[in-house]
Design a protein around this ligand. Sequence first.
Ligand code: 5AD
Ligand code: SF4
Length: 486
Amino acid sequence: MRRKEMKMAIMKRPDKAPPRMATPEEIEAQRIYTERVRTALASLDAPKACVVTYGCQQNEADSERIAGMLREMGYAYTSETAEADIIIVNTCAVRDHAEQKALSITGGYKHLKNKKPSLIIGVCGCMVSKADMSDRIKRSYPYIDMVFGTEMLWRLPEILYRVMSEDKRMFFPNLGEPIVAEGVPVLRESGYKAWVSIMYGCNNFCTYCIVPYVRGRERSRRPEDIIEEVRGLVRDGYREITLLGQNVNSYGKEFGNGCDFADLLARICEIEGDFLVRFMTSHPKDASKKLIDTMAANAKIAKHFHLPVQSGSDRILREMNRHYDREAYLSLIRYMREKMPEICISTDIIVGFPGERDEDFEDTLSIVKEVGYDMMYSFIYSKRTGTPAAEMPDQIPEKITGERFARLIETQNAISLTRNLPYEGRDVRVLVDGRSKNNPDKFSGRTEGNKIVLFDGDDSMTGRFVTVHISEAQTFALKGEVITEK
Ligand code: 5AD
Ligand code: SF4
């Protein structure tokens, strides 16, 4: 009986419906709503919109689409919530901390609404699609006007128009039909680096992860649409294109039309111009030798591979439902290094997954040492209600996860430095990001391998490739002098 109850508590997996394209009529309907909002806004003096983003690159990309739609509707963009006429908070649900932050910041907007009752506040993104969250927002945050999940994003013009014209709060948290909508306008934050989503959703159901429940099933964009978008970006002078998906390696599986992720990359590399292609995230179970060969054969693909291992213990990997073991992962790494000796490799690791014993954690430390990652993103396991792992016995106490986390970081920091030291005395090509946020007297950029480089520069370099002679390697950055500008 207890087992049955536990099963019930786990969210039901949504059905595997095949994706479809939004029809021209559906896209046209959103264009008409856009015009209607524009007309309604005409009486306002320079209305402004602010989008506040939490979470991953996929959310950053979604926010650029939200900002793009708002611009078409007649809003100017502002980064100041206090001067906005509409605020959209794009939330993350991957860890509890991100959720708490989004909720507390949204709570803080109540006083803005009191000051300016016409202010419209929307909350979107992964958090609002979680079971009960939309109802909770409805009950506890009466000043929030609209809520929409990631799958509803392209219908923002309609949702906003209905908020404005019906004077009602709108709640659309639920996963709709799996639809790919092309032609949504984008307001890009950068003029030289662009995110390009190639697919949405995830089918993997790693047992700790909320993403498949809130972002729905995998659906890929058509290769022609992606290539057209990249071609346009390169024409507009973009220097770095990052292809995004929760698991880019399963791109195109649902088409069965012979264009897998490696083929897509190869076709993108045929576009003329001086640009770099990055991609994230890869799932080791789907990363293929063909993909690695394609990377090795194309100078335009940045020699950086982000390959989340999550744990070094075969037992924990099974419990996580990851569908690979330590040896399969290591053999991929060996193949990568054989084909591209200069490759930089990064990873994600979760510490304190339920049932993780000391020996499992030792396996994680040992795989970290064996691979010798250039960079690592490590996370303390966060229990996500509705996922299978939340129901697993033997959740690890904070004290133990904290200690393991500190040991992992210490181990990785020493490795990062070891990986950076050979760069001393070398010349590296760097795409300049501008003045460094942490070291304002220096400029900063990234190598192909995604390493941070600090140097003396000027604003004219931002968004351009330069060559930097590295004089000092540190744990988190390389330091040097610009020797040629291109
Ligand atoms: N707790 C901690 N980390 C998580 N991640 C995903 N879900 C959780 C969770 N419940 C991490 C994984 C993933 C990265 C984006 O976030 O390492 O690769
Ligand atoms: Fe989450 Fe796993 Fe999908 Fe990544 S592959 S989004 S970790 S379920």
